[in-house]
Design a protein around this ligand. Structure first.
Ligand code: MN
Length: 330
């Protein structure tokens, strides 16, 4: 599977204008892949007009990256006029939020490029699905397109690909030897790795720093067997505060706050806590807690949340009861 299948589709339909879309809250992988592919396609088909957009705008981190690069997202892409639509790092049209209906209504070919497993629904909707689960990121797939066509990337493209790969591999922690070789090639093409990596950590807002510090000041500590569970409350940035408490040393952190009348709870656990207990915070804590507070809860194994309307202290007590009960039966 290669870029040649994409250009073949563009040539068949005599495409003049195409739209490249990243998922909602587009991360640096989606953004980097889209802009690098746009540059490649424009070199292969110089008369092609290419728009790059992210459904409902990019993530805060992507915005930060874009602000220091000579590229710009299109706010209102001409989806209806596009001769082809290419979705990047996106494996269902649901991830396009309110652009979904517009994309699904299009009669033009839809091409999907992703490093996540293909979604059967997407395979039916798309003219072409290019997916490689062995690739670390969509940027790695786009890198291979440049290699296939023997096209050298610009400095900006190299930096975008590097940032996308670095982001999706958590700063190369998850990278294998192929990915590291690609990163080395991008560095040889002029990417300053140190400077690029520093772009991936957002400067923290003062309000967030204060929220984290207040949350740590208000900590209530509970020891359940060998586990240290902490509870706290803060008016904003509950998730950030819970993460901060985990890095301070808690095994489980539960941070609640009330915003415009509704109660929000964020919970996090450390990886070693999850490995030892198998406790899935989303299913075993956030979900029942959400019910208890007349709202909803859910999430992942070590990162979850719940929202509802109830008394904050009563909610934290209930969370403590659930945890004690679950950990005693471990
Ligand atoms: Mn990705």
């Amino acid at each position: 599977m290669s870029i040649k299948e994409i250009t073949a589709i563009l040539d068949q339909t005599n495409a003049r204008h195409i739209v490249l879309l990243g998922h909602h809250n587009a991360d640096p992988d989606a953004i980097g892949a889209a802009f690098a592919l746009a540059g490649l396609l424009q070199r292969l088909r110089p008369r092609l007009k290419v728009e790059v957009a992210a459904a409902e705008g990019p993530s805060r981190l992507s915005k930060h990256l874009l602000s220091v690069m000579p590229i710009k997202l299109t706010r209102e892409p001409h989806i209806e006029e596009a001769d082809a639509i290419i979705l990047l790092d996106t494996n269902t049209t649901q991830q396009l939020n309110n652009w979904r209906v517009r994309v699904e209504a299009s009669k033009s070919p839809i091409i999907v490029i992703d490093h996540h497993a293909n979604h059967p629904e997407m395979e039916r909707q798309a003219t072409l699905c290019i997916s490689n689960e062995n690739a670390s990121s969509t940027c790695e797939i786009i890198y291979s397109f440049f290699m296939d066509m023997n096209v050298r990337f610009t400095k900006t493209e190299a930096k975008l690909l590097f940032l996308g790969i670095a982001f999706d591999t958590r700063h190369f922690i998850l990278a294998n030897s192929t990915t590291l070789k690609i990163a080395a090639d991008l560095i040889d093409s002029g990417v300053n790795a140190q400077e690029a990596l520093s772009l991936l950590s957002l400067p923290m807002e003062e309000s967030e720093r204060i929220a984290r510090l207040k949350a740590s000041k208000r900590v209530k500590l509970l020891k359940v067997g060998e586990w240290i569970v902490v509870f706290s409350r803060v008016g904003a940035y509950q998730a950030s505060a819970a993460r901060a408490l985990i890095s301070l040393g808690a095994h489980v952190a539960i941070v609640a706050g009330i915003k415009s009348g509704s109660l929000r709870i964020s919970m996090r656990s450390s990886q070693d806590f999850y490995n030892a207990t198998g406790m899935h915070l989303g299913r075993e804590l956030a979900k029942p807690l959400g019910k208890y507070i007349n709202g909803k809860g859910g999430g992942h194994a070590i990162s979850a949340g719940a929202n509802g309307i109830w008394d904050l202290e009563a909610c934290l007590e209930y969370a403590a009861r659930l945890l004690k009960h679950r950990l005693k039966n471990n």
